[in-house]
Design a binder for this molecule. Sequence first.
Ligand code: AMP
Length: 307
Amino acid sequence: MGAKTRTDTIAAPSTGDAKTAKSNKITVVRDVESLRVHTRAWRKNGETIGLIPTMGALHEGHLSLVQAALRDCDRAIATIFVNPAQFAPTEDFEAYPRDEADDIAKLDRMKTDLLFAPDVAEMYADGFSTSVTVSGITAGLCGASRPHFFGGVATVVNKLFMQSLPDRAYFGEKDYQQLQVIRRMVRDLDIPVQVVGVPTVREKDGLAMSSRNWYLTPEERATAPLLHQTLQETAAAVAAGEACADAIARGRATLDKAGFARIDYLAICDAETLAPLDIVDRPARALVAAVLGSTRLIDNIPVPPRP
Ligand code: AMP
């Protein structure tokens, strides 16, 4: 371990039978060198590692990813890094919700093995000049209104993979385009990580859980579940054979009328390539992004098979 190493909580890397040898407290590390001390020891011991990348402000959606990793792997590493490279200057990087103490408590309760929470300087050293670009699948949907976004995501996820060398990595279907972009990147670059998609966790009224839901006023929060309802109606209509353009026009009108300030997209796409469809004749996904007040919300669901 070099002088630069920073480990907040605890302990030499625990090894042995992972199921019995877990330490009581989560280990928090902030630099790559300390992270590798732990992952090297686990790997040497034949233990598998699951990685859960997040931007913090953890809710039950994030925790379902942790749960899946703990179920499948001997060791689970959560990461918290609010990645400046995936925010445009006009977006909410500074204002993005952060509550690390609460996040650590939640991860600790779940018996997550380790939290990697680097600062910006640790991830982007002076002179950082490399980026990972995934083409095609990033052109539409969120890529159209946030052109910087997927480059930032692909680069940082690649770094997290290289830093921790996990066996599996867990991503939410809530960010469906991101999940497909990462799958594409892993295939294209022969990255030896199994990407696991985890279903979206929702509030009782159907709103997809999101750290950005914190921004909503009570009135906006009452309107927000309409996104999921509109997705369900649109998906049901196209599954029944309606042309996608007609069902989408109706869905957009519903959101417009409810007061959404901007609809970035409401789309029916091929479930893998995310190419827009005219009619549904293969596995498909209904996806939406819309702004409520000043909060941009996204959601998606599978289009059910034809009745
Ligand atoms: P974020 O912190 O927003 O970058 O999200 C970190 C990971 O948690 C991503 O893989 C997201 O897709 C996933 N995630 C966020 N919200 C949910 C949710 N409601 N259900 C399942 N996964 C989620």
